[in-house]
Design a protein around this ligand. Sequence first.
Ligand code: GLN
Length: 546
Amino acid sequence: MDTKYIFVTGGVVSSLGKGIISASIGKLLQARGFKVTIQKFDPYINIDPGTLNPYEHGECYVTEDGMETDLDLGHYERFTGIRTTRHNSITTGRIYKTVIDRERRGDYLGKTIQVVPHITDEIKRRMLRVPSQEEAFDFVITEVGGTIGDIESAPFMEAIRQLRWQLGRDAVCVHLTYVPYLKAADELKTKPTQHSVKELQGMGIQPDILVLRTERHLDDSLRLKVASFCNVDLECVVQSEDMPSIYEVPVNMQHQGLDAAILRKIGIPVGETPSMKPWRDFLEKQRNASREVHIGLVGKYDLQDAYKSIRESLNLAGIYNDVKAKIHFINSEGITPENVAEQLSGMAGIIICPGFGQRGIEGKIIAAEHTRTHDIPTFGICLGMQMMVIEFARNMLGYKDANSAEMNHDTPHNVIDMMEEQKNITQMGGTMRLGAYECELREGSRAAEAYTAAVDSSLFTLRSSLTIKERHRHRYEFNNAYKEEYEQNGMKCVGINPAADLVEIIEIPEKKWYIGAQFHPEYSSTVLHPHPLFMSFVKTCAEQSE
Ligand code: GLN
């Protein structure tokens, strides 16, 4: 079958959950046996979100091939299990850069370079995934970030208009809008939706399907009203009510026939509704997991989205361990030796979060000392692992001034140091150790045990159960000059990158669960396959709080 294209746009306000709807459509089509990919186009000028402060756009999600991307790609992967690549995340900055580089090379043969057609052609090329380096897809779902009417999204809308004209029935437009509820009038208002659709129509795009985000149930008369005002079939107006969990959204969309409506629009026989059994089993488990296990997130960004994948990985691991992971953000900037016991009290375990720069690191080190000496399960991720290493050097190896070269360039005991290859780099964007690298696990280690216990460990391992592949995003590394001392004093280096002999995992085996990973396991946790390290960590936390 020729590739079909689905465009997902949003109107009225931002943050409606286009990413979740796109991921749900992906999941539903996948369940029907189609090969799907989902890509995100962001209208901002940054080349990628890698240089953005998490307060701006939440976490930066990293693909296996080392692209720093928008956190929506995390939803795509968690929902569908597909592995995204650099082709799945495009920004206005990347589009312009490609066109400008081409212009500098003289590829346009003296032509005047304009938004239409040069920028729009480049957008179209990427929306169509031409030239396609990958396998063929049955469906390419393209989510466009931002809200229609934004100045910066106009070229994307123009590209969609042209593609719809060119592709005819092979392209479908899904538009997500908001239906506010006015408490004083006790009424749901469809006017903003009508305006949003008018705006789209003004740009030459007639949406095929409308997804109405709403906090209250919309009855058929309201749906009919929207359908008739917006030139959309009634069966193509679906509602996305607030759900107790985002993972309920795909089945809710299936129940309303969103996937069937898409297939009908394209002209593909709808056939039987897939049972989605594994997914429904997961939802059942989620509904039943009621015992709360309290887990502290020791970090510096007090924002839900800043540690999105870690939060989701904990949630998923909780559900599969039949508990509800109750996550408490603990700001590391406020942690002192005097208050650490109180700040961490009631936590069955803590995550020491990733991050960059000096702010809040002393609090992370104090937390690592407290949990090590009180044997509270601790999982350090990237910077978190580095802080565990520094704490151990200061308090167990006797190097009171131990530090990371990132924080103190001149520290005499740089237990975390910059990699040689990184030393001459002056640019910030895209220059870290990024993407998936191999790691050999030490047989008999806690980490190896965790991976072996995974239901489908082959998803996380290569060749043998002791070789894993995990995603990275950092500049600094464990300094091998100290490795022997760590080993002798009880902190074991149990995961090593074979090509560069870099330490990827440390653990203190005699503790209940004290493991640090230089990589980011949170990026590869999915709904149907939670990550082994999170599974093992949450299991230990759950046993603790029984
Ligand atoms: N700042 C640290 C480094 O660059 C850790 C990065 C991270 O936590 N992602 O090595």
